[in-house]
Design a protein around this ligand. Structure first.
Ligand SMILES: [Zn+2]
Length: 350
């Protein structure tokens, strides 16, 4: 009897063990699946949402709140935004790239200078966070992901409201970069290193990004690519790609991202080319100073949002399902690009 029990135990043990080794559940029929022990985890078919809509919304409702008074460079409002972003980075394991998160610069207020006034210099600061790569060699190469966290401050009054909250422009892009940074700081699935760069004084002539691109060039950083998220708060029409890239034909960046996304998420947009958006946002100084593929990615196409630089560019006008969806599609696309053995994204001859 004892021997029979022992034999039975051995049979059950081996049976369980072999069923745990089943790696291809597609080959077993439904009946067999239901008999598998609980330990066998079958990969879900639906894609994992990396970023939650609520987290996106929470950051938006603070960064675009009236309390921050439109986040103009040199004001108390942008100081509050900076502290929020620094706290976010610190509590999510994103390290400071320099001695602190801030990259300070100052410049002459051009409006005051033109009128001959003796105006004090405007002080600005970019926020720069680092997620170190996990590969001992590839971590020396950097992927730069950014957006501008400043806005224009006050705008033309409408119904007693004069605060230009800058939700779409560009709290949305700022939050995309922050959430992607949060994801990689936790997952540690990036072989190359990532810089999360949030710029100030974009609205005063790309001053923050110009300063940082030059500083990184001076320290001889091995930068691979740069993406500037600019206005990703509202969706495009259903027959268009989720987003488009400025300077689309200047590199193979969009096609590389689409390859890893396994769908065409980033497209060409004729108006972006006609208006030369490539040179009009914070990606351009990185192209200029570092000679790397550096583009803006946007979902604002002039037909889907009426409040550009308007006091109604507010948090309640944003589409959070779209924002979370866009960010969740960007993460695997970026992950593929940042982990490829070679620098496959290259500038095309113009
Ligand atoms: Zn902008």
């Amino acid at each position: 009897m004892r021997q029979t029990l022992l034999i039975l135990f051995v049979i059950i043990f081996y049976a369980c063990n072999t069923s745990q080794k089943i790696v291809e559940p597609k080959t077993t029929n439904q009946e067999n699946n239901s008999q598998l022990p609980e330990e066998v985890i079958i990969a879900p078919i639906v894609s994992i949402p990396y970023v939650s809509k609520d987290d996106v919304k929470n950051s938006m409702e603070y960064l675009a709140s009236d309390e921050l008074e439109g986040r103009a460079t040199g004001t108390e409002g942008i100081e509050k935004a900076a502290r929020y972003i620094e706290n976010f980075m610190h509590s999510n394991g994103i390290q400071p790239y320099f001695e602190t998160y801030r990259d300070n610069f100052e410049f002459e207020n051009s409006r005051a200078a033109k009128s001959g006034e003796d105006a004090p210099l405007v002080k600005g600061f970019n926020i720069v966070g680092l997620i170190e790569g996990v590969d001992p060699l590839l971590k020396k190469e950097y992927i730069i992901l950014g957006g501008h966290y400043d806005h224009i401050g006050f705008g033309k009054e409408v119904n007693g409201d004069s605060i230009a909250n800058g939700a779409n422009d560009d709290a949305s892009g700022t939050i995309a970069a922050m959430e992607i940074g949060k994801y990689f700081a936790k997952s540690k699935t990036n072989k190359r290193s990532i810089l999360i760069t949030l710029f100030s004084a974009e609205e005063m002539g790309l001053r923050g990004s110009r300063h940082l691109a030059k500083r990184l060039s001076n320290v001889g950083i091995d930068a691979y690519t740069m993406i500037n998220f600019e206005m990703i708060g509202v969706p495009r029409a259903a027959d268009k790609t989720v987003a488009y890239m400025s300077g689309y034909e200047r590199s193979n960046f969009a096609e590389t991202l689409n390859k890893y996304a396994k769908e065409d998420i980033i497209g060409f947009f004729d108006q972006a080319k006609a208006m030369n958006l490539f040179m009009r946002s914070d990606n351009f100084p990185f192209y200029n100073a570092l000679k790397i593929p550096a583009h803006a990615i946007s979902t604002f196409d002039f037909s889907n949002f009426d409040y550009y630089h308007h006091v109604d560019d507010e948090a309640d006008k944003m589409n959070y399902d779209h924002m979370a969806n866009f960010i969740n599609k960007m993460i695997p696309a970026l992950e593929g690009m940042m982990n490829a053995p070679n620098k496959e994204v290259i500038l095309k001859n113009e």
